[in-house]
Design a protein around this ligand. Structure first.
Ligand SMILES: Nc1ncnc2c1ncn2[C@@H]1O[C@H](COP(=O)(O)OP(=O)(O)O)[C@@H](O)[C@H]1O
Ligand SMILES: N[C@@H](CCOP(=O)(O)O)C(=O)O
Length: 320
């Protein structure tokens, strides 16, 4: 659970009134999440109770945030089910609460499907491809801030905390990814705004129906294949061992390809990008684990999980 900054009822009430969302009725710190402070906030407007999420950004700056917030608006307007940031009377979607940048978005219905079946993976693949296509005409640019330059910066910081065998794997994989990123296939990969953290806990379902994606605060312009790889590494594996699950993976990629078929360069680099997706979260989990921040409700994720996923991706390369 993560609430890094305590927000009083009065402070939240002030913001809801300024956004003309009505009278705040309920404010609750949210369990889950490790990056930002999140509250569920319900407000009554003309006798109707509406449900929102108030987020205070703990790491991202006011300069970086418009990319994410306007991306969500752009996708929502294109019919992709994502939270829509609420504007003030001037149309600004970036606010300030307790001296921190903040946003209010509508709360998505449903709940996360933490034990997805192929049918859920197919719904994810279909909407992921639609989201990629809908992002093509988004006009703001911001790189994936957890991309290769950040890996190169962060690996030396976490290496001293690792056993020799782990350090060897981490160094070797980083070298492999630097090599991959300098090749011509990589340069040919289609790119655009990607979510980059579309784990099971960042999507909502009602039964088998996908009701939306949220938590866009790791989004950035990167290869679409990286986004697919991040999803496959979380949705389509055997969680205890980190091993690839073929039925789920095929359901995801078939549904994705029914909307947007992969290019030749994407097919060639599938195994390398699956490794990249695993490496990215191994590094960030190591970083969060060994260099933790203060938070009143914070549960760090287990880094060894992505070490296992990475080893499986290295030992058993997979492409559709
Ligand atoms: N728009 C939303 N609709 C519904 N629930 C949400 C929404 N945004 C966040 N949540 C809830 O808040 C939790 C934490 O949010 P998340 O964005 O994952 O946090 P963090 O940015 O800290 O990783 C989610 O697991 C989910 O239950
Ligand atoms: N999905 C990442 C961590 C990012 O946290 P989130 O709650 O914002 O998804 C992981 O599992 O390591």
């Amino acid at each position: 659970m993560a609430v890094f900054t305590e927000v009083s009822f009065e402070e939240a009430q002030k913001l809801m009134r300024r956004l003309r969302l009505g009278e705040l009725q309920d404010l609750r710190g949210i369990e889950g999440g490790i990056e930002n402070t999140n509250y569920f906030a319900s407000a009554e407007q003309d006798g109707v109770l509406n449900h929102y999420v108030l987020t205070l950004f703990e790491r991202l700056s006011a300069q970086q945030l418009p990319f994410y917030l306007y991306l969500m608006k752009h996708l929502a307007q294109a019919g992709i089910p994502v939270p829509d940031p609420q504007g003030d009377p001037n149309g600004d979607v970036l606010h300030t609460v307790c001296g921190k940048p903040a946003a209010v978005v509508n709360r998505l219905a449903g709940k996360s499907q933490l034990a997805p079946e192929p049918v859920h993976c197919a719904a994810l693949g279909d909407m992921l491809a639609r989201m990629h296509l809908a992002g093509r005409d988004y006009d703001r640019e911001q790189p994936n801030l957890r991309g290769l330059p950040w890996w190169n910066e962060t690996v030396p910081v976490v290496l001293p905390h690792l056993a020799a065998e782990q350090a060897d794997l981490l160094r070797a994989e980083l070298a492999f990814q630097n090599h991959t990123a300098s090749g011509s296939d990589y340069a040919a990969l289609p790119r655009g705004p990607v979510h980059a953290d579309l784990f099971r806990d960042n999507a909502m379902f009602e039964g088998e129906r996908l009701t939306g994606f949220f938590d866009f605060y790791f989004a950035g312009v990167d290869t679409w294949l990286f986004d697919v790889a991040v999803c496959l590494n979380d949705w389509c594996i055997d969680w205890p061992t980190g091993r690839h699950d073929d039925a789920k993976a095929r359901a995801l990629v078939q549904a994705y390809e029914a909307v947007r078929p992969f290019t030749a360069a994407e097919r060639a680099l599938f195994p390398a990008l699956l490794r990249a997706g695993a490496l990215r979260f191994w590094i960030s989990r190591l970083w969060d684990f060994h260099l933790p921040r203060e938070a009143s409700m914070l549960k760090p994720h287990d880094p060894t999980h992505f070490e296992r996923v990475l080893r499986d991706r290295v030992q058993r390369p997979w492409r559709p």
